[in-house]
Design a protein around this ligand. Structure first.
Ligand SMILES: Nc1ncnc2c1ncn2[C@@H]1O[C@H](COP(=O)(O)OP(=O)(O)OP(=O)(O)O)[C@@H](O)[C@H]1O
Length: 382
């Protein structure tokens, strides 16, 4: 059934002349896999970056035509820009003075066109891990809330289609609602705007189908969610370093990536792979967070390094990337997450919130200082 539908969609695309007057998009191999779920068809078209605007009306025309097919209630076509090897995506680079959470001026949101390629969004930062279960989503949520505490306007995009957990972590139960004809309003919690691919994917969608839709749905989420003006969009990436992650790292205009690891050796090996992946696609690694780093006994306050803590710090030093901080393994972190009340929001004055805020501040400092430092020698007056 869906194969037949896909064939009919390809036929429509074959019959349409693209705005550059060249051969049709299917023949040129510029159409992604077509994903059909719940009567909605998603796919993306790859076009040269400089032609993207010209192709927008063409995409809308395709959507209208595809939506007339029996069995399709809606079509969503995303444009992805073809990157020329050796030319990195535009990167945010404005140097700023050092950050201090409390005295951050409200003018921190810089005006002017977004340099990260999504109108209104200043920077996109990925939170990634080499393997699952290391606390990536917990870190992403609390890091994003740390940025909110620093006075930034922040969005959180859950790109983990295999195990979306942001709705649970933020206690979000509603489905997002349409804003305009083609846009969706993000959900909001604790001052964060949030959107999850999990909210868009039918729960019955077989896992095997989810991979191909990642790219087109992700582009859609970036462009068709009404994020408004954001200083930063945090993307909770799917765990791992496979093709899906690589493609995402390549296609989303990332200002940088934060890698989450646990102290165990195995996780560190995986973290190293994550690091290599971002370096391969020329995305700066903003640093490593060591999660579940140590345990503090509630009765005695004594610290135990149950997993042989410190591995991530040493590894970060060896690899020459910043070490962003260590988060203890802590019941309060687990329980507050599982109850949809992340610790930075539910206990803002507590010690764990302070750890996440410090991580957020380090990332901001790295983004602002790092890009400047790589461009020109810095002259420091003491
Ligand atoms: N520092 C911590 N202390 C205690 N529990 C934690 C901590 N960090 C994460 N957890 C718990 O570990 C579990 C896994 O965390 P989380 O879902 O954030 O991991 P993940 O890496 O995103 O996993 P997945 O790969 O499944 O998406 C959750 O139950 C979470 O509450």
């Amino acid at each position: 059934m869906s194969d037949d539908l896909k064939a009919r969609i390809y036929a429509i695309l074959r019959a349409m002349t693209p705005p550059d007057g060249k051969a049709d998009m299917v023949t040129r191999g510029l159409v992604s896999d077509i994903f059909i779920a719940d009567g909605k068809a998603f796919f993306s078209l790859t076009v040269p970056a400089e032609d993207a605007q010209r192709f927008e009306p063409f995409c809308r025309e395709i959507e209208t035509k595809v939506a007339t097919l029996d069995g399709v209630s809606k079509a969503m076509v995303a444009l992805t820009a073809e990157k020329v090897a050796g030319i990195p995506a535009p990167r945010h680079s404005a140097p700023q003075s050092s950050h201090k959470a409390k005295d951050r001026p409200s003018t921190v949101r810089r005006s002017g066109p977004a340099r990260a390629g999504i109108p209104g969004i200043e920077r996109i930062v990925a939170v990634a891990s080499g393997k699952g279960g290391v606390g990536k989503s917990t870190t992403a949520v609390n890091f994003a809330l740390g940025l909110v505490a620093a006075g930034l306007k922040v969005g959180l995009l859950d790109a983990d289609v295999y195990g979306p957990s942001i709705p649970r972590l933020l206690g979000l139960r509603d489905k997002p609602r349409a804003a305009g004809a083609r846009t969706i309003r993000p959900l909001e919690a604790y001052g964060l705007k949030a959107m999850s691919m999990g909210l868009m994917v039918d729960e019955d969608t077989p896992m095997i189908w989810r991979g191909p839709m990642v790219m087109s749905a992700l582009t859609q989420m970036l462009r068709e969610v009404e994020w408004g003006e954001l200083d930063m969009l945090v993307v909770d990436m799917p765990p791992g370093t496979g093709d899906a992650q690589l493609t995402m790292a390549q296609q989303v205009p990332l200002a940088g990536a934060v890698i989450v690891s646990t102290p165990q050796d195995l996780a560190l090996i995986d973290a190293r792979k994550g690091l290599a992946m971002f370096q391969k696609v020329d995305v700066p690694v903003l640093g490593i967070v060591e999660n579940m780093s140590y345990f503090v006994a509630p009765d005695t306050g004594k610290r135990y390094d149950i997993f042989g803590h410190g591995g991530a710090k040493a590894e970060a030093a060896r690899l020459g990337v910043p070490f962003l901080g260590e988060v203890p393994i802590e019941m309060a972190i687990r329980e507050s997450s599982d109850a949809g009340r992340p610790v930075v929001a539910s206990d803002p004055e507590g010690p764990h919130a302070a750890v996440y805020r410090a991580i957020a501040d380090k990332v901001l400092a790295g983004l602002d200082g790092g890009a400047a430092a790589s461009r020109a020698p810095r002259i420091v007056f003491d």
